[in-house]
Write a protein that binds this ligand. Structure first.
Ligand code: NAD
Length: 305
């Protein structure tokens, strides 16, 4: 079959645009999410809704998942009415960020049940998912990877980083450590500049023309912080999860991470103060509160003095 039907489980901030791109690429999709209303836009485009992960995996050979946390991916893959319980499933592709341990465990348990697992976490945010410009970092057996590669190419630039399960996850954790560090450091830098009297928009122009340029200065701050919209599409609790997974790997491999640990504490504190459901760009608010200034937004009547 040129365009085999495929399963997609978890259609949240990332899953919905990725699944939409697969439909637009000509695939028939069988979809499942705990929130039935999340499936509506896909069903409107011709996707078929199943009533459980096993239901998806009884109608398709290849099942993709984009789910929040490791424990959820584990339950969806291996639990009662999980993917493994389906009758047709052959390949399971986890697009979520779950860490290498979960990826290795799931791969071993699925292999025992006749399913090949690939981990293929993604980077590039909701905008990357909408535009098909994600970085997709896959690992797992080469034959299965070759089979799903054309599907993954519908969502982004695809890298096969290794044949061992979990290496894609390690790659993703390393990437997000840098992304989280950039946001944390840029928050401190911007707050300092604003308190000293610099214009935050001019600061970003200068940083982005200079050596301080990073993904927070080029994307998060101009798009979500300066306009004070804070709807970048990634929850603060998921970033805390990624940092916890990353630091656990560092400890397991006995790699010291002074910077990484400081960054993780900053994110955990923001979560403790403002709650898990904040957008991740809202971490700047904590740093602003400490300093008593706001980065961007309506400058208000007192500005300009
Ligand atoms: P999300 O919370 O927006 O979406 C998760 C979806 O999974 C929701 O629709 C939820 O209803 C569904 N779900 C939860 N439990 C389920 C279950 N047991 N069965 C079926 N569906 C279930 O999360 P997201 O931002 O889309 O992130 C998904 C994964 O991708 C996470 O691991 C995240 O770390 C990773 N990720 C997110 C981004 C981003 O910018 N949002 C970028 C890269 C990677």
């Amino acid at each position: 079959l040129a365009n085999p039907s495929i399963g997609f489980i978890g259609v949240g901030n990332m899953g919905l645009p990725m699944a939409t791109r697969l439909i637009d690429a000509g695939h028939d999709l069988i979809v499942f999410d705990l929130r039935p209303q999340a499936l509506e836009p896909l069903v409107a485009k011709g996707a078929k809704a199943a009533s459980s992960p096993a239901g998806v995996a009884s109608q398709t050979e290849i099942v993709l998942a984009s789910l929040p946390r490791p424990d959820i991916v584990r339950a969806v893959a291996l639990g009662e009415n999980g993917v493994a319980a389906g009758s047709r499933r052959r390949i399971f592709v986890d697009l979520s960020t779950t860490g290498p341990r979960t990826a290795r465990d799931i791969a071993a348990e699925l292999e025992a049940r006749g399913v090949v697992a690939l981990d293929a976490p993604v980077s590039g945010g909701v905008a990357g998912a909408v535009n098909g410009t994600l970085a997709v970092m896959a690992s797992g057996p080469g034959v299965a990877f070759a089979e799903v590669r054309p599907l993954l190419e519908a969502i982004g630039k695809v890298f096969h980083v290794g044949t061992e399960p979990g290496l894609g996850q390690t790659m993703k954790l390393v990437n997000n450590l840098l992304s989280a560090t950039a946001i944390a450091a840029t928050s401190e830098a911007m707050v300092l500049g604003v308190k000293a009297g610099l214009d935050p928009a001019i600061m970003l122009d200068v940083i982005n023309a200079g050596s301080g340029r990073n993904t927070a200065s080029t994307d998060k701050f101009p798009r979500s912080v300066l306009p004070r919209t804070f709807k970048h599409g990634f929850s603060l609790s998921l970033m805390c999860k990624d940092l916890s997974l990353c630091l656990a790997e560092a400890e397991g491999l006995e790699v010291p991470m002074w910077v990484g640990n400081a960054v993780k504490q900053l994110w955990l504190q923001a979560q403790a103060l403002g709650g898990p459901d904040q957008d991740f760009t809202e971490i700047v608010k904590m740093v602003e509160d400490w300093a008593g200034v706001t980065v961007g937004g309506d400058p208000g009547p007192e500005s300009g003095d």
